[in-house]
Design a protein around this ligand. Structure first.
Ligand code: GRF
Length: 207
């Protein structure tokens, strides 16, 4: 059984995709032991509670510094007996110490085909606005391990999504979620839970 903690900031549709995959049996031997949001009003917290999952808000606003915040986060995550941390739309930049402590045990979902439209400032609708502005014909989503950089860690899975002529950032965001994010996030967790993902020289190998 792989125990995961999911970190969220917003609506939590990716969290929902993982919950659904566990409940419908496509994701076996995986348990969400905790959901943590930096925002009290994140709908993701409600989604978790509706499914009987322990969910709480830990806000950086209640801490005087980032290191204190991430020490508390780490402690809570450890106390839940977590083996894998899943960032599903978590909009707080992780501290270096936190990443170091959990290296190889944190994954993130990003709504583009990394290395396009990623890095500092590329989050939410901005990713899709930039893809449309650049006129790419294909975009998608990426699940990757988290390292000390922004969206620079070893890539686990990617899935492409075609851009349509009349797409807006909002329609594109929705299609990338439906056709890519909600599929590859549970799939990556499944591969990790089966011990099939290896990291070597900053890339992953799936066996
Ligand atoms: C998703 O687009 C995800 O790729 C990004 O943040 C968004 C979170 O959406 N990291 P949701 O809260 O899962 O609906």
């Amino acid at each position: 059984m792989l125990n995961i903690t999911v970190l969220v900031s917003g609506g939590g549709t990716n969290l929902q995709a993982v919950i659904d995959a566990i409940e419908n049996g496509t994701l076996k031997d995986v348990r969400i032991v905790k959901v943590i949001s930096n925002k009290e009003d994140a709908y993701a917290l409600q989604r978790a509670r509706q499914h009987g999952i322990d969910a709480e808000c830990i806000s950086p606003k209640n801490f005087t510094d980032r290191s204190g915040y991430f020490e508390t986060m780490s402690r809570k995550i450890e106390e839940a007996d977590t083996q894998l941390i899943v960032l599903a739309g978590f909009l707080v930049v992780l501290s270096g110490d936190f990443v170091k402590k959990w290296t190889g045990k944190i994954i993130n979902i990003h709504p583009s085909l990394i290395p396009a439209f990623c890095g500092d400032g590329f989050y939410g609708l901005k990713v899709h606005e930039n893809a449309l502005k650049r006129g790419v014909k294909v975009t998608g989503a990426t699940v990757h391990f988290v390292d000390e950089g922004t969206d620079t860690g070893p890539i686990i899975l990617q899935k492409a999504v075609e851009i349509e002529e009349d797409d807006t950032p909002v329609t594109l965001q929705k299609r990338v979620m439906e056709q890519a994010e909600w599929i590859i996030l549970p799939k990556a967790i499944d591969l990790i839970s089966k011990g099939r993902v290896f990291i070597k020289d900053k890339r992953t190998y799936i066996e």
